[in-house]
Structure formats: C-alpha cells, structure tokens
Design a protein around this ligand. Structure first.
Ligand code: HEC
Length: 173
C-alpha cells in the first residue's frame, strides 16, 4: 500500500517538477491564460515540495502563502478558464472536460479545498517520513478532516488531485 502511495505521488511530482520550462510558444487567449495559471500552480507546488519533501527550511507563513496562491487558482477560477470548445493549439485539454464537466469541476473544487486545508494544517505536527500519503483514487476526506492532518499528508492529497485531473482531462505528451 505504501508503494502504491509513493508511486502515485511520484507521478504527481513529475507533473510539476518541470514547472518553468513549458512550451507556451504559440499559445494565445484563454489557452495561454490557463497555461500561465497552471504554471503558477506548478511553481507553488514545487516550492512546497522543497519544504515538505526535501530538506529546505520549513516556513509556516510561506507554506500558507503558497497554499493560498494555489487555492486562488482552483475552484471557479480554474473552471472559468475552460469555456466550451476552447481547444485551440497548443492546448492539451481533452474534450472529456466538457462531456464530464461535473467531475472536472469537482476536481477543481477539491484543489482549492485541499489548498485551504494546507493553510490550516501548516502548523500541525509534521510527518517528514511521508506517512499519511494515501492511495490514488481513495476518496477525498472533507476539508475539516484534512485540516487536522500533517502538512505532508495534506500535500499528498493535493498532489493526488493534480494527478487525478491530468490523468483524465489532459492529453499525454
Ligand atoms: C480540475 C483539473 C485540474 C487540476 C485539479 C489540476 N490541473 Fe493542471 N492542468 C489541467 C489541464 C486540463 C491542463 C492542460 C491545459 C491546456 O493545455 O490547455 C493542465 C496543465 C497543467 C500544467 C502545464 C501548463 C502548461 O504550461 O502547459 C501544469 C504545470 C499543471 N497543470 C500543474 C498542475 C498542478 C501542480 C496541479 C495540482 C496542484 C494541477 N495542475 C491541478 C487540469 C488540472
């Protein structure tokens, strides 16, 4: 079970490890806007990863600020960047977004919920060994339950949300 958890997290980490080096070349309009927005999310995740999963100094206020940034780019803000039919190149958005909109927007909400929970959990007892990670596909605990977890555990849930959405709604490279 541990292994599954780490495998899931690794996949998620790959999703933002490269933040900063994206080919937005040629992207315009709403597609560029959402790529830029995702890149901000990606950079914030990377910075959080540095504090939560490597040995960078842990700074509660910085964790809160980064979580706030991610939260501000989730939920309705995220879904607003996906108006129907906005599929022009070089987008990797899949048509499933619009045929399975309820699930897509639920994942967008889940992102902002877990970001809010990370802000609340930033000062909780830490579990640097990585315990508290969950299996991909396991149901998302509510915001109160998440807020009571270690920041590492909340981070793992958030990373899982990225993976879940990208798996179903973003074209593979
Ligand atoms: C609700 C769905 C959803 C969630 C949640 C989500 N993403 Fe995305 N993400 C997308 C889609 C769809 C694209 C492709 C957008 C496009 O190419 O038009 C994308 C693209 C990206 C990109 C590439 C941007 C570029 O420059 O092309 C990065 C980086 C990224 N996401 C990081 C993240 C991270 C990190 C998280 C979690 C903290 C996350 N995303 C959560 C749907 C989501």
């Amino acid at each position: 079970m541990r292994h599954t958890a780490f495998a899931a997290l690794t996949v998620a980490l790959v999703a933002f490890a490269g933040a900063g080096g994206f080919a937005h070349t040629g992207a315009t309009g709403i597609v560029k806007q959402r790529m830029d927005s995702m890149e901000v999310i990606g950079k914030s995740m990377k910075a959080l990863n540095g504090m939560l999963r490597s040995d960078e100094t842990y700074d509660i206020q910085r964790v809160r600020a980064l979580a706030r940034t991610i939260g501000e780019h989730g939920g309705d803000k995220l879904t607003a960047l996906f108006p129907g039919g906005s599929m022009h190149k070089p987008t990797r958005a899949l048509p499933a977004i619009w045929t399975d909109w309820d699930r897509f927007s639920a994942l967008a909400d889940r992102l902002s919920d877990s970001a809010a929970a990370l802000g609340a959990a930033a000062g909780n007892e830490r579990t640097p060994s990585g315990s508290g990670t969950t299996r991909a596909g396991s149901p998302q605990p509510g915001i109160d339950a998440l807020s009571a977890m270690s920041p590492e555990a909340v981070f793992a849930h958030m990373a899982q949300t990225c993976t879940a959405c990208h798996r179903d709604f973003r074209e593979k490279k």
